[in-house]
Design a protein around this ligand. Structure first.
Ligand SMILES: Cc1cc2nc3c(=O)[nH]c(=O)nc-3n(C[C@H](O)[C@H](O)[C@H](O)COP(=O)(O)O)c2cc1C
Length: 347
C-alpha cells in the first residue's frame, strides 16, 4: 500500500474510534420550542427541499469522506446506492489520489454509476492550488463523477499536524477566487471538522463561492486523527478541540450569506441538531461519521439510517408546529446556556 492509500485506510479506521469525536455536541446551548398543540398533521409535514434544481427528500448531504482504495470503493458504492435510493446529496473524498494514480479513479467513478441522478459533490483541497494544480485539474475531478458542484476543502490544522502536510496557505484566497470564476460548476468551500470562522466565511462569500460548509468543531476531530496516525499523543490532546464550534460557525456564516448557501456540519448526529442549525441560518446539514458507520456495513443499513434521519426531522418540525423545512428558518430557539452569540437577532 502506498503512503496515501494507507492514510485513507487509517482515516476510516481512526474516525470510527469514539475518541475521534469532540467532547461536546453542538447546539446543546439551545432548546427547540415545543408546541403542545401544533395544529398540523404530522403526515403533511414536509422535509423536502432542492439543491441545484434536483429534489432532495430531506436537506441532507453525506459529507465527503473517501475514495482511492478498494475498501474505499466499497464504502463509496454503499453511500452512492443509499444516496440515490433515499434522495439525498453525497460528497466523495478528496480526489487528488485519482489525479496521481489511474487505478484510484474507479473508486470514484463508480459513485456516479450507482447514483445516476443524485446531487454529487466532487472534492479536492484548495491547498493544491499552491502545489501547481490549476483549473483543468479541478475540472478533471468534477468530470470524473459528473459532479453537480465541487467541495473545495480547507484544512490548515490537519495539514499542520500531518507529517509532510501541505502548509503553505499564503495567497490562497486569490487563487480560490480565480478558480471560482472559471470552474464550470458551483464551488462550495468546506473545512474538515475544525470550523470556518466568520471573517473567513465572509471573505469566501465576497469572492463568489456558492456555499460554505462550516464543518465545525462538534464531531470528528481531524487534528486528533492525524496526531494519532503520527503517534503524536501530545498533539492529539492539545489540538483535538481547536477550532470554531459548529453552532458559532453557522451563525457567523449565515450573517454574510445573502442568497448563498450555508451547510451546517461537524457533529450533526440527530434531527434536533439539524433543525436547530436551520433556525440559526443553515440551508442544509451534512454529516460524515454517522453514515460511514453504516456504509462500512451495507447500503441497506445506510438507507435505513438516512430514512430514520428524515423521519426524525419530520417529527422535530411537527413538534415545533412547523410544516416544512423552509419555515423552520423562522423557529425561535430558546437559549438555555451562556454563549457569546448574544448579538444574533434570531436568539
Ligand atoms: C473517514 C473520513 C474521511 C474524510 N475525508 C475527507 C476528505 O477527503 N475531504 C474532505 O473535504 N473532508 C473529509 N472528511 C471530513 C468530513 O467531510 C467532515 O467535514 C468531518 O468529518 C466533520 O463531520 P462529522 O462530524 O459529521 O464527521 C473526512 C471525514 C472522515 C470521517
Amino acid at each position: 500500500m502506498s503512503d496515501i492509500e494507507s492514510r485513507k485506510q487509517d482515516h476510516v479506521d481512526l474516525s470510527l474510534d469514539p475518541s475521534s469525536q469532540y467532547d461536546t455536541r453542538p447546539f446543546e446551548a439551545y432548546r427547540l420550542p415545543y408546541k403542545a398543540l401544533p395544529e398540523i398533521n404530522l403526515e403533511d409535514v414536509s422535509t423536502e427541499t432542492e439543491l441545484f434544481g434536483k429534489k432532495l427528500s430531506q436537506p441532507l448531504i453525506i459529507s465527503s469522506m473517501t475514495g482511492g482504495t478498494k475498501y474505499a470503493g466499497t464504502i463509496n458504492k454503499n453511500l452512492a446506492i443509499a444516496a440515490e435510493a433515499a434522495h439525498v446529496a453525497l460528497g466523495v473524498g478528496s480526489q487528488r489520489i485519482a489525479l496521481e494514480k489511474r487505478e484510484a479513479i474507479e473508486s470514484f467513478e463508480l459513485v456516479r454509476k450507482h447514483a445516476p441522478t443524485a446531487v454529487l459533490f466532487a472534492n479536492m483541497g484548495a491547498i493544491q492550488l499552491n502545489n501547481g494544480r490549476d483549473v483543468a485539474d479541478y475540472e478533471a475531478v468534477v468530470r470524473m463523477i459528473a459532479a453537480d458542484a465541487l467541495y473545495l476543502h480547507i484544512n490548515p490544522l490537519q495539514e499542520a499536524i500531518q507529517p509532510g502536510g501541505d502548509t503553505n496557505y499564503a495567497g490562497l484566497l486569490k487563487k480560490i477566487e480565480q478558480l471560482v470564476a472559471k470552474l464550470s460548476v458551483p464551488v462550495f468551500v468546506k473545512e474538515v471538522g475544525h470550523g470556518i470562522d466568520e471573517a473567513t466565511a465572509k471573505a469566501l462569500f465576497d469572492i463568489g463561492v456558492a456555499g460554505v460548509d462550516v464543518a465545525g468543531l462538534g464531531g470528528t476531530s481531524y487534528a486528533w486523527i492525524e496526531a494519532r496516525r503520527a503517534g503524536e499523543d501530545y498533539y492529539a490532546d492539545w489540538f483535538r478541540n481547536v477550532g470554531v464550534p459548529t453552532d458559532e460557525a453557522v451563525v457567523g456564516a449565515a450573517r454574510h450569506k445573502g442568497e448563498r448557501i450555508v451547510v451546517a456540519s461537524g457533529g450533526i448526529r440527530n434531527p434536533l441538531a439539524a433543525v436547530k442549525a436551520r433556525a440559526l441560518g443553515a440551508d442544509y446539514v451534512a454529516s460524515a461519521r454517522s453514515f460511514l458507520k453504516r456504509a462500512v456495513v451495507s447500503a441497506d443499513e445506510t438507507i435505513a439510517a438516512i430514512e430514520m434521519a428524515r423521519r426524525g426531522i419530520q417529527i422535530t418540525l411537527f413538534s415545533c408546529g412547523v410544516s416544512n423545512w423552509q419555515e423552520a428558518a423562522n423557529i425561535q430557539l430558546i437559549h438555555t446556556a451562556e454563549t457569546n452569540y448574544s448579538d444574533n437577532p434570531r436568539i
